[in-house]
Design a protein around this ligand. Sequence first.
Ligand code: GLA
Length: 373
Amino acid sequence: MNFKSIIIILTAFILQGCKEEAKSSVTDSVYAVTSEGEEIHKYTLINIKGMQMEVITMGGAIISLTAPDKEGKYEDVVLGYTTPDLYLNGNPSYFGAIIGRYGNRIAKGKFTLEDVDYQLPVNDGVNHLHGGKGFDQRIWKAEIIAEDEPSLKLSYTSVDREEGYPGNLDVTVIYTITNKNALEISYEATTDKTTIINLTQHSYFNLSGNFKTILDHSLELKADKFLPVDNTLIPTGELRSVTGTPFDFTIAKNIKEDINVHNNQLVIGKGYDHCWIFNDTVKHMKEVAGLYHKDSGRYMTVYTDQPAIQFYSGNFLDGTLKNKKEGNYENRSGLCLETQHYPDSPNQKEFPSVVLRPGEKYKTKTIYEFSVR
Ligand code: GLA
């Protein structure tokens, strides 16, 4: 055997090894059992690069998601509880969950649709938040739909008048971990009566790999306007320019830079807890946000077809929940970038419509793509 053939054989062995190592997969296991005896399953999705996501059927919650740093080290970048009980008993911080039927707030839980007045439960001071006992607290049906680009389909039927909303609503959410290290989320829904809908995802990101703080992350939002809120966090109706305010993220800026500036909106939100309106509100996929953690080099790009995003800087995290890594989740140790329609739209005629009618299909998509810089 000459030198050349040895090299060819060695290369073939190495390539074979890589192929073995880089196999994508989706596995199913039992995660927990509810007090009613129902099994909650956990699905582990791994792509060819080794990026991994764990999803549970309670709330369709993403309980872990890894992304590589500049050295290629994959670490968990989403907050989660350390034990199943909080996911099973109300998910108080909405960690990683699917949010619906209406993500964000509806003033006083009231709205009128086709001349009928509806009253939803009030669960956030005087307002209705995140669907009441919402989709985050429901058990979803799961079906593995692909293993090469690992993909999981979750389905849930929200019955007519559940939490006061009209219409039987069939919802599916598909999570895919693409081979480009992106988490793709596709939402679809249909109804048999006119209803309102605003689905989103409530993962708290922290790209550092230790979940200590998000104040050292820098954020860019392709949004020249945001929605100021009243002191119950309901939009006043004004679309305010971000120019010259702490809400200006049109050029990437460290979150800590302005978060403690004296500003009435920051006082009301206890930090950032506001909805930004994209410059491009047309319904097509576009790049809308970028989140960067300099030390690790991790970068997350957000794409969506939605018109707005709620940037919540983890202001209600108060150091009482256990951190998956070490210690507890301190104030501002995670942040949410919830793509969505504007809060309280059912009561604000100037805001884009959130109405879904029988025969129509609600269809939207958001992508969180991970890379390094
Ligand atoms: C959303 C809201 C926040 C808060 C969190 C959950 O992001 O806008 O005010 O309720 O969910 O704690």
